[in-house]
Design a protein around this ligand. Structure first.
Ligand code: SAM
Length: 499
């Protein structure tokens, strides 16, 4: 890929060609069909190559940009400005190709759907499958993948004034931010990433985003943002900065801790920082205290969620698969060295999840730290602020304040009772959220009765008095016992404080 500027006029022209040919998410989906798309997801390109044969425009573009197959030079020149694209480092012409002169792509250029449904495009390095002597280059620019999607679904709704995508790579998060923010800044340590992100944005018709090369917050020293997102190079490895796209030169999980530590210096009041992260689990070390402590240390409110934990061997295999040919002596050597490192450091597992913090000016900022390994509603962004608000509200309410508060059951909550048919009392009562974090809480009969009647019109205390009377219980005892359970249910979003 050439390091030169990608000309604006070329970007506009190529965008027009791609859209005219229906090289869009829906166009590609329709053209490939379900079976070929499923085969591609299994990394089997043959059905897709068969589905895109011939000299028709969309098929040619798909073969060139998506499937990384060479296309005949004559056919390529009929639909694309080949010489300009070659000068910009996006394609190369091979006059001696086996089937006659051919054009090959030097990048992966995929269609993307911007949030308002407009067509966009994401440009990255082609995916490298380790084998036959090929491994990713150290400054490989990774395409939009599963982790990118997880982060984009976390991003809180806009509109905001200024947003930062730290470690932009192919620019996919910057594209998401463009629909939410008046001004987008995208940074990356890797100059090739900065260039490819610039091409993604230009081809997507996103103008005015600022791209900067540099490490961590260096390129935005002294600047503040309403929204910061980052899918950082969080892979925990003994191999210092082997692949820039996934490994930093900081030890262990320090890169994530450092991002969190410095985020508040770059957040406006009420601004959000949302990052994906990996963290270590070691003997005698409570991950909730340690990772929660990163956020607590900033004075911000936050939500830290662990979505998965892998043992060291699983973790090493996950990341070696992308970078080393399986079964080779090199694979064995690196696997062994990686496990040695984990053993030396006392690392027994690696947590995967996200860290969201909000720069609250409130004195009593609260951090919710939890493991959620089940399916939750996505996107998370629309209800994420409610989770943090619920935790803060619960934290603030004293027992007395809670008894005089007006509380309502959240709209997405249902109740389930388990017991012998005909039995007077259920063995178990649970509240279940039908949306959001899909939490389930086991509750007692008093909380169940409260859930059945509280709609925010009456304060909790008098409601509990009526419930106590109906149950033949002492109201004072019920008033004393219930606030603690109710506080947890508010914190988990089953109840909301109406006023
Ligand atoms: C996992 S990729 C994320 C790419 C993209 N934002 C996404 O969500 O798919 C991490 C990116 O961080 C960049 N990076 C690595 N070290 C960095 C550093 N010290 N400062 C800023 N960016 C860095 C890498 O070059 C890479 O593009």
């Amino acid at each position: 890929m050439s390091e030169t500027e990608f000309p604006r006029a070329l970007a506009d022209r190529l965008r027009g060609i791609l859209i005219d040919a229906d090289y869009t998410v829906s166009g590609v989906r329709d053209r490939l069909g379900d079976a070929a798309a499923r085969a591609l997801a299994r990394e089997e390109p043959v059905p897709a190559l068969r589905a895109t044969g011939g000299d028709e425009r969309l098929g040619l573009l798909l073969r060139l940009w998506w499937l990384q197959a060479a296309i005949p030079e004559r056919a390529a020149r009929a639909i694309l400005p080949v010489d300009e694209l070659a000068a910009a480092g996006l394609v190369t012409v091979d006059p001696d190709a086996p089937g006659g002169p051919a054009v090959r792509s030097l990048v992966h250029l995929g269609p993307w759907e911007l949030e308002e449904g407009r067509p966009g495009f994401v440009v990255s390095d082609p995916k490298v499958r380790p084998g036959a002597g090929t491994v990713p280059r150290p400054d490989h620019v990774v395409g939009a993948g599963g982790a990118s999607a997880t982060l984009s679904q976390l991003i809180v709704d806009g509109p905001v004034d200024r947003a930062l995508d730290l470690g932009t790579g192919c620019g996919v998060q910057a594209l998401h931010l463009a629909s939410r923010a008046r001004e987008v800044v995208a940074t990356d340590l890797n100059p090739r990433a900065v260039r490819l992100a610039g091409i993604s944005l230009a081809l997507s018709g996103v103008t005015g985003a600022r791209l900067e090369q540099g490490s961590m917050f260096d390129p935005v020293a002294g600047e503040r943002f309403d929204l910061i997102v980052s899918n950082p190079p969080f892979v925990i490895t003994p191999e210092s900065a082997r692949f820039t796209y996934r490994e930093s030169d900081l030890p262990g999980d320090t890169v994530c801790a450092e991002l969190v530590r410095h985020a508040p210096e770059h957040l406006t009041d009420g601004g959000w920082c949302q990052i994906l992260a990996n963290w270590t689990h070691s003997d005698g070390d409570d991950w909730e205290d340690r990772v929660g402590g990163w956020v607590t240390g900033t004075g911000c409110s936050g939500w830290v969620v662990q979505r998965d934990v892998q043992d060291p061997a699983e973790y090493v295999e996950l990341w070696l698969r992308d970078s080393c040919e399986h079964g080779t002596p090199e694979y064995t050597r690196r696997y062994d060295a990686w496990l040695d490192y984990f053993e030396r450091e006392g690392i027994k597992g690696i947590g995967f999840g996200w860290i969201c913090l909000r720069n609250d000016v409130a004195q009593d900022a609260t951090v919710r730290v939890e493991e959620l390994r089940h399916e939750i509603e996505r996107p998370v962004g629309p209800y994420l602020p409610d989770v943090v608000d619920g935790a803060m509200t619960a934290h603030r309410l004293t027992d007395a304040a809670l008894l005089s508060a007006h509380v309502a059951l959240a709209p997405n909550v249902v109740e389930e009772r388990v017991g012998r048919p005909g039995a007077p009392d259920p063995e178990k009562i649970v509240l279940r959220q039908r949306g959001g974090a899909h939490r389930v809480a086991r509750i007692g009969t008093v909380e169940a009765a409260l859930a059945g009647v509280c709609d925010g019109t009456m304060p909790v205390g008098p409601l509990l008095d009526v419930i106590a009377e109906l149950m033949g219980e002492d109201p004072e005892v019920i008033r004393e016992r219930t606030p603690s359970a109710l506080r947890t249910l508010i914190s988990e979003g089953f109840f909301r404080v109406a006023r």
